[in-house]
Design a protein. Structure first.
Lengths: 662, 255
């Protein structure tokens, strides 16, 4: 297999451990005087966007930040719960940059680029240093040191955390750095603004068309470079753990302007979410993976067992993860844990009213903690009640906010009975294809964080999304952007009455007019829900060729119906949330089709992409390294017509092997 | 679409934009399930309005898991409704009864002008943070994270203050529309940590000045902010900020 001539990953020469250091030290620089006249547009204000914008402004570039929310602090990075990985080896348990690199490649089922992942592992420690310096209140031990815990797919404790609100604390750190630059006049902040299109001139990204969501006015913004930090596309499934506003529009519009889309079928289904309770549901809520440190997952050994969890004796419980994967137990990676839950439920062992749930049980570890506490407090022969009371306090300290959230949503007390959980769409490993500099196939157009495809292969390990978002923003783009901008110092700001801006704005205006003029009979949400159902059933946790072919036809039909029958109320020149949703759903429908095309093309199972035709006798994913060890980068040709380009994945430092957590 | 049996009457504030006068409109919704969140109940209402070719009600929301701070409804006279320690998106309809009449308004406060219906402009909060809610450290300057040890109690107290989601319920709850709880949470977080101590005087002076410039009212220690805060941010933060402010005012070097 040869890499397509249209894809140049620009991976530096040399041995893996030295690539980044050498590259960073030799990449072209822009002198401070020139930085002042170079403008960078940052779209999105999550971990990647805020950290990039703050860092670039500190360096002297002129930066504008756009977010569709009312404040940059609302970006969905805020909802990440469990933690952020870093190879600090503070726990003296044998961690290292190599081990984090290895775990991430293996966790990604050998479908990520070695050089990118190694760089990620190298800068992981700097992230923690940076965040602590900003005043991020990470959890600490009594001696004042930082505390760590474990996440799935690893056997060391390298996850730094702030209760179950790590994403919030990291984002507020990056947001404060961003606001500092806003206060200094180095960053112009445009909240409640949505990017509607990229403007390209002579093949280079030169700006965007944005819609002011309060007035509805379309605006033209010039930039020497455009950074898409716009997150993932999990909301294509309608129900997901993403925020309601998360969307693919910026990335999709970039795709239609020439940015290739990498591995769109790689979606992460998170194993521990609160199950769906009814048709009214608008979103799903995650219960952090950190809970699997102390929660044991089980179902009854007997089918259709209707007894209460606590009435089922120990010997009649099937701790299926501990049984199938003794080495990693409850801390297997997410894709493995999700499939195992689905397998048990499909086989008829599920629990709860819907039977589409498994138990996540804290009783055993609550008791264990209670006994430790009793010993610590010199209590001899404590009663079971006393032990459980003491244990509960420990559990509360670790996971209190998650337990409260669970109770609030389900009306059940997880301190008294096990949680019921089921997998849900959570993250997308796929995204815009980028080279080592994080540049897409459009010059001057970059993608950072979840919006790009680069570091997680076919499955992301827990606590690695925060790491990647901040690595890209704080420690990668500030250097790599010099490679491009050093060649742009002679480019004067292009006036926004340039025909390319006029044309892009006219196209956006036409799209808005069209959406408002259909005046059909069904709401935007109606179409979004139907798309989600097709995607979940045929391109979700398990896929097969026949289902994917059907899905492609169904999505084509849905798209035609959408453009004939959608009802978008209100007007263009006002605050109009229905219009916002309509434009986003139109893009989701097109993306959904590409996801199915990609899933159908990939005749293997790897990570989050599980094709039922390709599995071992024990139901484990079966990769085909001979034919599919490549990144699928799709080029947009015309509506529903995409051309595949392959980037071969070479493993020079890790021996590619069957992924086993047994 | 819904599988419930609660029928409710809603009196909702409708306002086209900040320059026009608003008024209450009455709606009835049927078939609400007690498992729905308050915002999902609004989804049902909006779906119904769209079906009738009427304009849906505009409201802010995003994560729907109580952490982004975007949702902001003033329900039956209380920010985020009747339950303690939850945001509107985490308020479930089981907290209401069949046949209830529910009054829903936007956040009140001169510094939070209405954008449309229930959505308000809270960019004043961003400007307060921009005035001083940070540690002045550029990317790349940091030393090893364990170089400075921080007592666990200090880190925990800082975290409790840092848990603020910036929703603005404290302002909406306050008869003076004071933002003291919000501002003091950030001041406390950073002044409790060694990294933030260096700039603590400038920080508190600058943030308080910006708060005043934005038109937020004064604090009269009523405590409504703490009572209504969905994240239970403590009034102690205000006391701490007052101490910091007094100290900074007395001893600042600048004139």
């Amino acid at each position: 297999m040869a890499t397509s001539s249209k894809l140049n990953a620009k991976i530096p020469e040399g041995i893996l451990e030295d690539k980044w250091t050498k590259y960073r030290s030799t990449v072209h620089l822009v002198n401070p005087a020139n930085k002042r006249s170079l403008e960078i547009l940052v779209i999105g204000s999550g971990l990647a966007g805020s950290s990039a914008a703050a860092s670039l402004a500190e360096m002297g570039y002129k930066v504008k930040v756009f977010c569709f929310q009312d404040s940059p602090r609302r970006a969905h990075s805020i909802a990440a719960q469990g933690g952020v990985n870093a190879a600090k080896n503070y726990q003296n348990d044998g961690d290292s940059v190599y081990r984090l690199f290895y775990d991430t490649i293996k966790g990604g089922d050998y479908r990520a680029r070695e050089a990118n992942v190694h760089r990620l592992a190298e800068v992981s420690g700097n992230i923690i240093d940076q965040c602590v310096a900003q005043g991020v209140p990470f959890a600490r031990e009594y001696g004042g040191m930082l505390s760590n815990r474990s996440f799935g797919g690893t056997q060391v404790q390298r996850t730094f955390y702030a209760a179950g609100q790590t994403g919030q604390q990291l984002l507020l750190g990056a947001y404060s750095a961003l606001q500092r630059q806003v206060g200094m006049g180095a960053v112009q902040l445009l909240a409640r603004h949505e990017m509607m299109d990229v403007v390209t001139i002579d093949g280079k990204a030169r700006g965007i068309i944005a819609r002011d969501l309060v007035t509805g006015k379309l605006e033209r913004h010039f930039g020497h470079a455009v950074l898409l930090c716009t997150g993932g596309y999990g909301n294509v499934f309608y129900l997901s753990t993403n925020a309601m506003g998360c969307n693919v529009t910026a990335a999709w519009k970039a795709h239609k302007k020439g940015a290739f889309f990498g591995n769109p079928c790689y979606t992460q289904i998170h194993p521990t979410c609160i199950p769906v309770s009814g048709d009214h549901q608008s979103k799903l809520t995650l219960m952090s993976e950190s809970l699997r440190n102390d929660g044991r997952i089980w179902v009854p050994k007997q089918k259709d067992d209707n007894r209460k969890a606590k009435d089922i004796p120990e010997e009649e419980r099937d701790y299926y993860l501990e049984r199938r994967y003794p080495a990693f137990g409850n801390l297997v990676p997410r894709d493995v844990a999700s499939r195992a839950a689905k397998e048990r439920c499909d086989a008829g062992y599920g629990v709860g009213a819907s039977k589409m749930a498994v138990y996540l049980d804290f009783a055993a570890n609550t008791e264990r903690y209670g006994k430790i506490e009793a010993t610590k407090h010199n209590l001899h022969n404590p009663s079971k009640e006393e032990i459980m009371r003491l244990g509960k306090e420990v559990v509360k300290e670790k996971y209190g906010n998650l337990f409260d959230m669970y109770k609030q949503i389900t009306d059940e007390d997880p301190y008294e009975m096990p949680m019921r959980i089921y997998p849900a769409v959570h993250y997308t490993m796929g995204g815009l294809w980028v080279d080592y500099n994080l540049m897409t196939t459009v010059e001057g157009l970059y993608a950072l964080g979840e919006a790009n495809f680069s570091d997680h292969g076919a499955n992301r390990l827990g606590a690695s999304a925060l790491m990647q978002g901040l690595a890209d923003g704080y420690f990668v783009i500030p250097y790599t952007i010099g490679d491009y901008l050093s060649e742009e110092i002679r480019t004067k700001a292009i006036p926004t009455d340039h025909p390319a801006f006029v044309e892009a704005e006219a196209k956006t205006q036409a799209l808005i007019n069209q959406l408002l003029s259909i005046k059909g009979t069904k709401s935007v949400d109606h179409f979004h829900k139907r798309l989600g159902k097709i995607m979940w059933e045929k391109c979700g946790m398990a896929r097969n060729a026949e289902g994917l072919k059907q899905a492609i036809e169904e999505i084509k039909a849905l798209r035609a119906e959408f453009w004939k029958d959608v009802r978008v109320t209100g007007a263009a020149n006002e605050f109009n949330t229905e219009l916002e949703k309509a434009a986003r759903v139109a893009d989701f429908i097109e993306l959904g089709e590409l996801m199915c095309i990609d899933a159908l093309n990939r005749n293997e199972s790897c990570g989050g992409h599980f094709r039922e035709e390709f599995q071992t006798e024990e139901g484990e994913a079966m990769r085909d390294d001979e034919n599919y060890a490549y990144v699928a980068a799709w080029e947009f040709k015309s509506e529903g017509n995409f051309e595949l380009h392959k980037e071969e994945l070479k493993y020079e430092n890790i021996k590619i092997a069957a992924r086993s957590y047994k | 679409m819904s599988h419930g049996n609660m029928n409710l009457t809603l009196k909702v504030w409708k306002q086209k934009n900040k320059d026009t006068k608003g008024s209450f409109e009455t709606y009835s919704v049927k078939g609400i399930s007690p498992d729905m969140s308050f915002l999902e109940m609004f989804d049902v209402l909006n779906e119904q309005l769209i079906t009738e070719s009427k304009e849906p009600i505009a409201f802010d929301h995003d994560c729907r898991e109580g952490i982004c701070g975007m949702c902001s409804m003033y329900i039956n006279g209380r920010p985020h409704g009747p339950k303690q320690g939850v945001t509107t998106c985490q308020l479930h309809m089981r907290s209401f009864k069949d046949g209830d009449t529910i009054v829903v308004e936007p956040w009140r406060g001169a510094a939070f002008p209405v954008i449309k219906d229930l959505a308000v402009d809270r960019s004043s909060f961003d400007r307060i943070i921009a005035a001083g809610g940070f540690v002045s450290v550029n990317t790349g300057n940091a030393k090893d994270a364990n170089n400075i040890l921080i007592p666990k109690d200090d880190a925990d107290t800082a975290f409790d203050a840092a848990a603020c989601i910036g929703c603005g319920a404290c302002v909406a709850a306050c008869k003076n529309s004071s933002a003291m709880l919000f501002v003091s949470a950030k001041v406390s977080q950073l002044s409790l940590l060694p990294q933030g101590k260096i700039e603590k005087q400038d920080r508190v002076l600058n943030m308080v000045k910006q708060m005043d410039d934005e038109g937020f009212g004064n604090c009269t220690n009523t405590g409504a902010c703490e009572a209504e805060c969905p994240k239970s941010i403590s009034l102690e933060n205000i006391a701490r900020m007052n101490r910091e402010y007094l100290g900074a005012s007395l001893f600042q070097n600048k004139v």
